[in-house]
Design a protein around this ligand. Structure first.
Ligand code: UTP
Length: 287
């Protein structure tokens, strides 16, 4: 099973981040000097993906501009001999082959993924949500690809979530198979805590066999009047095995304000040029 294509849905409205997301996609929020989406694309590339399909919506032009060439800026940096900056800017536009598809209306994550069906063209593929940053030496999506290759199946990334957050996730019921790996038995979108089958939730990384498209179609409209990916996974699990993998790594949900702030703090502390100053500053603040 070769996985070379990745779909990055980034067409949501980002209501948790209003008002800034009124005119700017949450995927472009900066973590110091790089937008969130840059880290997501880097993860895909580090996992061997060479073809990326962005599903974008209205007011998402800045994502396309970010990954495009910027001739005026490049010329300015060249003329002023700012070679380091020039390299950074040029590298971004030559990172990988990127295609853009529009989701006309934000009808849910399942619907966003459906938009990529033609381009995916019957191949197994990866999905990386544009607002989850996951830090680990082995990229999270690479970990899922390894499981999918070994078992020739779809694999979803999961993690234990705090009890009060259970109703915000797709929650799984799984049969443990080996260290960190479950055979999926069921998955429920945003269950109430008393109805949740566990406290293990699906997060923004997946590898799918192409049958997921028919399953999303068949599942139709779900919770909140949206076409839910979770319902498609549930349907897929009825016809073929799906695995859930407790990935190794630190995840930042940057679509959530607290998750975003945590990402900024951690990345700032680790910054080579000013990390120690940030640490000193924070220590003085909390004293
Ligand atoms: P979220 O539910 O986190 O995104 O979807 P949202 O709807 O933009 O966020 P809030 O809750 O209103 O703040 C997870 C991912 O799926 C994409 C989002 O862009 C995000 O990357 N998505 C969601 C779509 O592409 N289309 C949709 O219709 C919904």
């Amino acid at each position: 099973m070769e996985i070379k294509k990745a779909v990055i849905p980034a067409a949501g409205l980002g209501t948790r981040f209003l008002p800034v997301t009124k005119s700017m996609p949450k995927e472009m929020l900066p973590i110091i000097d790089k937008p969130v989406i840059h880290y997501v694309v880097e993860e895909a590339i580090a996992a061997g993906i060479d073809d990326i399909i962005f599903v974008t919506g209205r007011s998402k032009r800045s994502i396309e501009d970010y990954f495009d060439e910027s001739p005026e800026l490049e010329m300015h940096l060249r003329n002023s001999h700012k070679d380091d900056l020039l390299k950074i800017v040029e590298d971004i536009s030559s990172m990988v082959d990127i295609h853009y598809i529009r989701q006309k209306e934000p009808k849910g994550l399942g619907d966003a993924i459906m938009r990529s069906r033609k381009h995916v063209n019957g191949d197994p593929f990866a999905v990386l949500l544009g607002d989850d940053i996951i830090v680990n030496k082995t990229p999270c999506i690479r970990q899922l690809i390894e499981v999918s290759k070994k078992y020739q199946c779809s694999t979803i990334a999961v993690e234990q979530v705090p009890r009060k957050k259970v109703s915000s996730y797709g929650i799984i019921k799984g049969q443990p198979l080996e260290e960190s790996l479950y055979i999926l038995e069921d998955i429920v979108e945003k269950p109430s805590i008393d109805k949740a089958p566990s406290d293990i939730g699906a997060i923004g990384r997946y590898v799918f066999t192409p049958e997921i498209f028919d399953c999303i179609n068949e599942a139709g409209i779900g919770v909140g009047g949206e076409i839910q990916l979770t319902d498609g996974i549930r349907m897929l699990n009825k016809m073929q095995k799906v695995y859930a993998y407790k990935f190794a790594g630190r995840r930042y949900d940057t679509g959530d304000k607290l998750g975003y702030v945590k990402a900024i703090i951690d990345f700032a502390i680790q910054n080579e040029s000013f990390g120690s100053q940030v640490k000193d500053y924070l220590c003085k603040k909390v004293d």
